[in-house]
Design a protein around this ligand. Structure first.
Ligand code: BTN
Length: 254
């Protein structure tokens, strides 16, 4: 990654042609004591993982499939903050390099005109109640044409190529994201989550909308009022009861 001008993010890069999941490799490296900021990038993943046990299609040379190791000294409860921070960094990096302006759907999907461009998956290693390593997986659809997506994804997925009609150098996009990520992470360590939350809210399309949250315990319909300092989504239902949503799929009414 020539031209990468960061202090630690992406200074150690493990580059792989084909892997099961970059998350598995980063997990192993973290256990072996990899430094903060280490990234694993692969050209293809055969077993790419998404949130909620879904698969993540990662076709060869078409996208950015990477995992980043961070080691913030925070309690487990606060890890969603880093996922939201990553979503902001990815929005900013993509915007700066390609001009594509993505919106964030809580917690961390990046959408363009309602179609999914990027997913983020955070896994962690913890000692009792404190985080030891966060493994933040970032999947970005970059150069896929429509037919590169499985038929069932075609209506709901997009790529930077489809949005711009141009092929992009994936290394440049990774660089842009790493620079924004490091800047935000240093801000976070110095000032806490508040400034990140303000940025996240400015890119969010979920807030102020009537949404349905499908959780493991059932569905809740309500207005998305905001996120808490821990990154929890607050939904107000028709009776005025506020629900805290920790993990869910969000459907927005259009
Ligand atoms: C989602 O939206 O469900 C999250 C998708 C995360 C995909 C990325 S690609 C790189 C990393 N390795 C994986 O197996 N998954 C993440």
């Amino acid at each position: 990654l020539f031209g990468l001008n960061t202090k630690f993010t992406g200074r150690n890069i493990y580059f792989e042609e084909s892997v099961n999941s970059t998350q598995n490799i980063a997990q192993r490296l973290a256990l072996e004591g990899a430094e903060e900021g280490t990234i694993v990038v692969a050209e293809e993943q055969l077993g790419g993982r998404g949130r909620l046990e879904r698969k993540w299609q990662s076709p060869k040379y078409k996208g950015i499939w990477m995992s980043l190791i961070l080691k913030p000294s925070i309690p487990i409860m606060k890890t969603p903050q880093l996922t939201l921070l990553t979503a902001v960094a990815v929005v900013q990096g993509i915007q700066e390099v390609t001009g594509v302006q993505a919106d964030i759907k809580w917690p961390n999907d990046l959408l363009v005109n309602g179609k999914k461009l990027t997913g983020i998956l955070t896994e962690m290693q913890a000692d009792s109640d404190r985080v030891h390593s966060l493994i933040i997986g970032i999947g970005i659809n970059v150069n896929q044409q429509l037919e590169d997506f499985a038929a069932e994804l075609q209506p709901s997925a997009t790529s930077i190529y489809l949005e711009t009609k141009t092929s992009w150098d994936r290394a440049k996009i990774i660089q842009g994201i790493m620079m924004h990520l490091e800047k935000l992470y240093l801000l976070y360590l110095e000032k806490g989550f508040y400034p990140i939350k303000i940025l996240w809210e400015s890119y969010s399309i979920s807030l102020g909308q009537k949404v349905t949250a499908n959780t493991l315990n059932g569905s809740i319909v309500g207005f998305a009022k905001g996120i808490t300092d821990d990154g929890v989504l607050l939904l107000e239902d028709e009776q005025g009861v506020i629900h805290s949503i920790y993990s869910a799929d969000i459907l927005m009414e259009t």
